[in-house]
Write a protein that binds this ligand. Structure first.
Ligand code: CA
Length: 264
């Protein structure tokens, strides 16, 4: 974060010359304003990052700021719950292990009055954390360690999925167009009949286009954690989708992982 500001100052695009721990919002606004003066890095959404570990927080903050987001970074759950009422936040990135109340409790209190999308950072890829997180209404999770690039892709996917603008009702992948509220799919303009599960699976893949999704993750997102079937179900539905769409190349098998939508 300091590095970003330093670069902007060197280029004469920012006048803020101090950065204290309590001034992150001001700092980030200064960065955004400095970029805005030159037309670079349009600020597209405000993200609240809740992370007490300095190195991770700084990495995520820097990366997402460079991607054009405004990032508010706080270290505790109490601060997060206060900040979320003061800013037009579109997404919360929430660490579980925090000083004071933990990420689960933050999510629980947030959900009492808000449906703000929450992306949870888990210390390990543990089933228990995921189950509790989803039960509390988190929208996605990223296990540590993670690459900032993957995190940014998931942020983008959640923002796209939860964008209130009606134009986002349409998803496209190549010449495949999905109208989510109408639950219609067209390939090169021709309607295609899908089962509800196939439709949900296709939505999930297209919303995360370019990201390899494991069979387990697809099971969780499309069928829900309570679904007793194995990952073979995913394979069968993907095979059906490829056949029905007539575009097998748009859903790529990622060896040893699962599937990825390509073509957008
Ligand atoms: Ca932590």
């Amino acid at each position: 974060m300091i590095g970003t500001l330093a670069r902007l100052r060197e280029e004469g695009r920012c006048e803020v010359d101090t950065m204290r721990p309590r001034c992150r919002s001001e700092y980030l606004r200064a960065v955004a304003a400095a970029r805005g003066q030159t037309g670079r890095g349009r600020v597209s959404a405000c993200i609240l990052l809740v992370e007490d570990e300095h190195s991770i927080g700084r990495l995520v903050c820097d990366y997402l700021t460079d991607e054009g987001y405004e990032v508010l970074w706080v270290r505790t759950g109490e601060e997060a719950l206060a900040e979320v009422t003061r800013h037009p936040v579109r997404l919360m990135i929430l660490d579980i292990g925090l000083p004071g109340i933990d990420g689960f409790e933050v999510c629980r209190r947030l959900r009492a009055h808000s449906q703000l999308p929450v992306l949870m950072l888990t210390a390990r890829d543990e089933e228990a954390d995921k189950v509790v997180g989803f039960a509390l209404g988190t929208d996605d999770y990223v296990p540590k360690p993670f690459s900032p690039r993957e995190l940014a892709a998931r942020v983008k996917a959640i923002l796209r999925r939860t964008d209130p603008r009606p134009s986002d009702d349409l998803l496209t992948l190549g010449d495949v167009v999905l109208a989510r509220s109408a639950r219609e799919v067209r390939v090169a303009g021709a309607p295609v009949d899908l089962t509800p599960r196939e439709f949900e699976l296709l939505c999930c893949l297209v919303e995360n286009a370019g990201i390899a999704l494991s069979r387990d993750r697809l099971l969780e997102r499309v069928w829900g954690l309570e679904f007793p079937a194995g990952t073979r179900t995913v394979d069968q539905h993907v095979a059906q989708l490829r056949t029905k769409l007539g575009r097998p190349e748009l859903i790529k098998t990622v060896f040893g992982v699962g599937y990825k939508a390509v073509g957008t």
